[in-house]
Design a protein around this ligand. Structure first.
Ligand code: 2IP
Ligand code: CA
Ligand code: CA
Length: 376
């Protein structure tokens, strides 16, 4: 298990470096934006961008992890398609080639013959990442990789990544917007049960060095499998004055119902993954989302970490239904192996019933009891 965990952490570190590089080289970054079209379009945004950085990172993770674990071949999926259209209208398939030179020449075509950009990226893609983290060596849990599959969100909170605000003052410990909410999310789930098993969250824009102005990142991981839980973080306490974090586009009805429960501690932030991370870090007791605007690749990694710490993530619609029917035992958590029936494109993998991410079961119950009796 230690080998798979190390591989996923290593892939997240390489991904973070590529994300930083694309942001740090403003000229490079401007080259990399392309508008999403067709059924892959996230219906939430009028203008939704995917970046070459997104596509590249996903392919790098697929390539590096797939090479080490052939059992995972065909079971590593993500948000992005690896087809990219350059400004000449040519559709090219983004992939990591055997040599740095070959990758550079493929990127040269994708990047409209921009040699420096292609070489910079190819070097980052083929760079060896040396992990210096003894904690990773102590993980002695055997999970056969052939039982797992992987969801990747190469960059979550793309809008904030593109906007690129470096310093946004936190409110109640939570950054409402900015680069801090751009995360790399890699989650593994059990192919047969669909349960989340292993999660890695990498924060590429955790801190900006005041002297060099270079970004420093940080990563977190968690494993929850057949009763064994391991995590790089410790379980945060349930605070006497809990807070909730919501999307800025959360419905007025939900905000109105939750307001009496939290008062001033009803907070807003960008990025689905970032809001889940806030619950993991104990900056919020819950993240409530009433709409189907997140996807399996958003929630798998944070969900695995939440479970490793004794928390979880329920399907809001299903949990409310169960709660109203008097069910007080296990509530329906999100699972990751089944597409939604009757949907097409990215929608197949949407968490359609919304969600609640929580750390403490007693707090989840407070949220459900409040929502279940409200007129929504
Ligand atoms: C998005 C991103 C958005 C989020 C949306 C996700 O993923 O995390 O920020 O909306 O649900 O699907 P919000 O910020 O309102 O929570 P991506 O950036 O990968 O498209
Ligand atoms: Ca996302
Ligand atoms: Ca994304």
């Amino acid at each position: 298990m230690s080998a798979l965990l190390k591989s996923l952490v290593g892939a997240s570190e390489k991904s973070a470096r590529i994300a930083q590089l694309c942001r740090q080289e403003e000229a490079l970054f401007q080259l990399l934006i392309e508008e999403k079209t067709g059924t892959d379009k996230n219906k939430k945004f009028v203008q939704d961008f995917k970046t070459l950085a997104d596509v590249l990172i996903q392919e790098v993770i697929k390539h590096d992890v797939g090479k080490e674990f052939p059992e995972l071949h065909g079971h590593i999926c993500g948000e992005e398609s690896n087809k990219f259209e350059n400004s000449l209208g040519e559709t090219l398939v983004v992939q990591v080639c055997t040599t740095q030179r070959d990758t550079a020449s493929l990127l040269f075509k994708i990047l409209d013959r921009n040699q420096p950009a292609a070489e910079l990226l190819a070097a980052a893609i083929h760079q060896e990442v040396a992990l210096q983290d003894p904690a990773l060596d102590t993980v002695a849990l055997a999970i056969p990789p052939e039982r797992l599959a992987i969801w990747i969100d190469p960059i979550d909170s793309t809008n904030q990544y593109i906007r690129g605000q470096a310093s946004v003052a936190p409110i109640g410990g939570i950054c409402p917007s900015g680069l801090r909410s751009a995360l790399v999310l890699i989650g593994a789930y059990d192919r047969s049960s669909g349960d989340p098993v292993l999660g890695v969250i990498n924060e590429p824009f955790f801190r900006e060095d005041p002297l060099t102005h270079r970004w420093q990142g940080v990563y977190h991981w968690g494993i929850s499998y057949q009763g064994t839980s391991l995590c790089s973080l410790s379980r945060p306490p349930l605070r006497p004055e809990p807070s909730v974090v919501l999307s800025r586009s959360e419905t007025p009805a939900i905000q109105r119902v939750l307001r009496p429960l939290y008062g001033e501690r009803l907070l807003f932030a960008s990025g689905a993954g970032y809001k889940m991370l806030c619950v993991i870090l104990g900056l919020a007791e819950a993240y409530v989302l009433s709409e189907g605007s997140t996807f399996k690749w958003d929630s798998c990694a944070p969900h695995a970490i939440l479970r490793a710490l004794g928390g979880g993530m329920v399907d809001l619609e299903a949990a409310l239904q169960a709660w109203r029917a008097g069910q007080r035992g296990a509530l329906p958590e999100l699972t990751y192996s089944q597409p939604a029936g009757g949907a097409v494109g990215a929608e197949r993998w949407a968490n359609r019933g919304g969600l609640v991410a929580f750390m403490h079961r007693e707090h989840l119950e407070v949220v459900l009891a409040t929502l279940a009796t409200a007129a929504l």
